[in-house]
Ligand binder design. Structure first.
Ligand SMILES: Nc1ncnc2c1ncn2[C@@H]1O[C@H](COP(=O)(O)OP(=O)(O)O)[C@@H](O)[C@H]1O
Ligand SMILES: [Mg+2]
Length: 238
């Protein structure tokens, strides 16, 4: 473990991945091998590694979209690996925001309706609160004038900005992004990373971002290098 990382280990980690392994498929292939990782509140973490290293698998385990074969994932004192499906799904809905490489917006909903969707899914019935919050979020990503646009009427960068606003709609404490800039040109990718970094810094959000682009890793507080299903190195910037 990196020395600077060790220093923080005394305080309570926000995300704890403990002895996590994952086997998959008919051959029971080991794609994560005894992974241990601690992430602290407000950290901007980049998971870096080549294709097939296990990055998406690890992120999905952290976000409770998947379960480990062995080991435990704890988020803010909740052991999510032992929650039943219903509890896990409501935990995710309220505590974790997801951003994907291909945006995954609902194609029949407008930009603002996409941002509102997780709030409705979480059972919020306060229409004026939903309206206000989604308006604020779309404004903060610079897209309020395109609120009524459907996803196909938006550029790739704009769709990802809507997806970022959507990921924040239930004010989650943890935001996970799987190659959020993978489909974008470098200038747009930079805008998206700066937007995520702004939220992380200003609102103390913990963010974990997967990339295989070393340039994006420069923005991280913590770089987790993953190789063949194992953590090769954790680098914490001062
Ligand atoms: N359900 C599965 N069955 C078989 N192999 C899988 C499955 N899911 C992932 N893998 C394999 O596990 C490895 C890690 O996958 P993934 O986490 O998607 O890597 P990354 O996101 O770093 O590219 C890859 O070799 C992938 O092909
Ligand atoms: Mg992946």
């Amino acid at each position: 473990m990196n020395d600077q990382f060790k220093k923080k280990a005394d305080s309570q980690a926000f995300v704890q991945v403990v002895n996590v392994s994952k086997n998959v498929g008919s051959t029971n292939a080991l794609i994560l091998d005894d992974v241990n990782l601690q992430i602290f509140k407000g950290d901007f973490v980049v998971i870096l590694g080549p294709s097939g290293a296990g990055k998406s698998t690890l992120l999905n385990l952290i976000g409770g979209l998947d379960r480990p074969t062995i080991g435990e994932v704890k988020i803010d004192q909740t052991v999510i690996t032992t929650l039943n499906e219903d509890s896990l799904s409501s935990f995710r809905c309220l505590n974790v925001g997801f951003i994907f490489q291909t945006y995954n917006l609902i194609s029949t909903l407008s930009a603002i309706e996409n941002v509102q969707f997780p709030m409705k899914l979480a059972g919020c019935e306060d229409e004026s609160l939903i309206e206000q919050r989604s308006t604020d979020l779309l404004t903060s990503v610079g897209l309020i004038e395109k609120a009524s646009h459907l996803p196909y009427e938006l550029s790739c960068g704009e769709q990802q900005r809507v997806a970022i606003a959507r990921s924040l709609s239930n004010d989650p404490s943890l935001i996970l992004a799987d190659e959020p800039t993978g489909n974008l040109d470098w200038t747009t990718a930079l805008e998206i990373i700066m937007l995520l970094k702004k939220y992380s810094t200003k609102q103390g959000k913990t963010m974990v971002i997967i990339t295989h682009d070393e340039r994006i890793a420069e923005f991280a507080d913590v770089i987790v290098k993953l190789k063949s299903g194992r953590i090769a190195e954790v680098v914490r910037h001062a």
